[in-house]
Design a protein around this ligand. Structure first.
Ligand code: IMP
Length: 178
């Protein structure tokens, strides 16, 4: 795949597809062990979690359901911390074992908003899985239960992550070159 320059020239491959697949397999096995005997509700945060969730779900050997939501920050300023639902889950999560699936946790503002909101709905349990964690930029503490890769504070695209809406379909993660 690396020979095909699907990403813009100023980006370089950071995590190739085979490393992502291996890590997703490990996370799936771990989640399968941790939730043994339980039924799981995967909640994907659109659009970024699309590829990660599709692959992770196939590595979890448990009965599960999938639901989705979409949030955005007011005025496009992620730093404001004001997040609103574009659309919400289709099913109640009361008494469910909920695992929220994100593509990346950066400032942590989106996830802390979601967790606060979901707690009010009284799930049986509430955990977080993210493909990428960029802890350097954190503005609020977020408990993350499953992390694919911890990365430096660089802008990344691919495998669900976008640049102006594009590049979500790259099978690898690419980072803006320094
Ligand atoms: P947070 O609220 O700052 O943690 O932001 C989380 C959201 O910001 C993610 O779901 C992404 O949509 C977006 N985001 C943060 N960093 C990146 C990046 O490097 N590339 C693409 N999107 C990003």
């Amino acid at each position: 795949m690396s020979g095909a320059h699907l990403h813009p020239p100023e980006f370089e491959i950071l995590i190739p597809a085979d490393r992502i697949a291996a890590r997703v397999q490990e996370l799936g096995a771990q989640i399968t062990r941790d939730y043994a005997g339980k039924e799981l509700t995967l909640v994907g945060v659109l659009k970024g979690s699309l590829l990660f969730m599709a692959d992770l779900a196939r590595e979890i050997r448990l009965p599960l359901t999938c639901d989705f939501l979409r949030v955005s920050s007011y005025e496009g300023t992620k730093s404001s911390g004001v997040v609103r639902f574009d659309f919400d889950l289709t099913q109640p999560i009361k008494d469910k074992h909920v695992l929220v699936i994100e593509d990346i946790i950066d400032t942590g503002l989106t996830m802390s908003f979601l967790l606060e909101n979901f707690r009010l709905r009284q799930p049986a349990s509430l955990k977080v899985a993210t493909l990428l964690d960029k802890p350097e930029n954190r503005r609020t503490a977020v408990g993350i239960d499953y992390v694919g890769f911890t990365i430096e504070n660089r802008f990344v695209i691919g495998y669900g992550l976008d640049l102006d809406g594009k590049y979500r379909n790259l099978p690898y993660i690419a980072a803006l070159a320094r």
